[in-house]
Design a protein. Structure first.
Length: 246
């Protein structure tokens, strides 16, 4: 796989969209008004990416409150838990409460972007498992939640899937991480993104993982830690925002 130029992850919402979602929570506006503001933000975001010459377009996860919703809300057996601090940052996500066997119901709808020109950003299997406090395994979450979502995205014209795992490089769990990745479909190339951690300790173990590329956080990882003959493509992993709102 030859990597193209792209910028995955969660983009900050505009002040107008933040205000619209707050007003919706307080009953001061309608879902239609919020949807209209999302479309306006998305149009501006796509324009910026096109002006920058990016090959693949991201929807910025503008409808995602954090890295796990709305997957959490679309899955059976999972419920919204308490606000949880995202690593050592000043952002938060809703923990995933396991109330049964996690299984995706209706996949999260694909963005309205040109087929073959867009990418999807999703949590990696291990990251989902960590968000449940380990009460659901990466393997089960990959097979029953992420795999059907990736298949739906592929059918809608997704050209690349970026799986974000901010925990692996910091906290370990490489065997569980790779076991989970092996449950995912292979019809669309997958990039495993490792933000917020030094990837040096896991790069060798990811050589045989079923991913086309590894995203490395070069703020936390020395360039010299990446072998010159590393057999997979290397992408620069950005430090994505953990949450758009609480």
């Amino acid at each position: 796989m030859k990597l193209e130029a792209f910028a995955p992850g969660m983009y900050p919402r505009s002040e107008a969209l933040v205000q619209a979602t707050r007003d919706l929570d307080r009953g001061r506006t309608t879902q239609a008004d919020v949807d209209g503001q999302v479309e306006s933000d998305l149009e501006e975001l796509i324009g910026v990416q096109q002006a920058a010459g990016l090959d693949l377009l991201s929807d910025g996860m503008l409808r995602w409150q954090d890295h796990f919703r709305p997957l959490l809300e679309a899955a059976e057996g999972l419920e919204t838990g308490a606000l949880t601090r995202f690593l050592d940052t000043n952002t938060f996500y809703r923990a995933l409460l396991v109330e049964g066997e996690p299984r995706l119901g209706e996949p999260v709808p694909a963005p309205d972007l040109p087929p073959g020109r867009w990418l999807a950003t999703l949590p990696a299997p291990l990251a989902l498992s960590r968000a449940t406090g380990g009460r659901a395994s990466a393997q089960a979450l990959a097979a029953n939640v992420l795999a059907p979502q990736i298949e739906a995205d592929a059918a809608a014209g997704c050209a690349l899937v970026v799986l974000s795992d901010p925990f692996l490089a910091r906290e370990g769990g490489i065997d569980e991480a790779v076991t989970g990745l092996r449950e995912l479909p292979t019809g669309v190339p997958i990039v495993l993104q490792l933000p917020f951690g030094d990837a040096a300790g896991v790069l060798d173990a990811l050589v045989d993982a079923p991913v086309a590329a590894v995203g490395v956080d070069f703020y936390a990882t020395a360039l010299e830690a990446v072998p010159e003959d590393y057999p997979k493509e290397i992408a620069a992993a950005e430090r994505a925002v953990a949450a758009n709102c609480k």
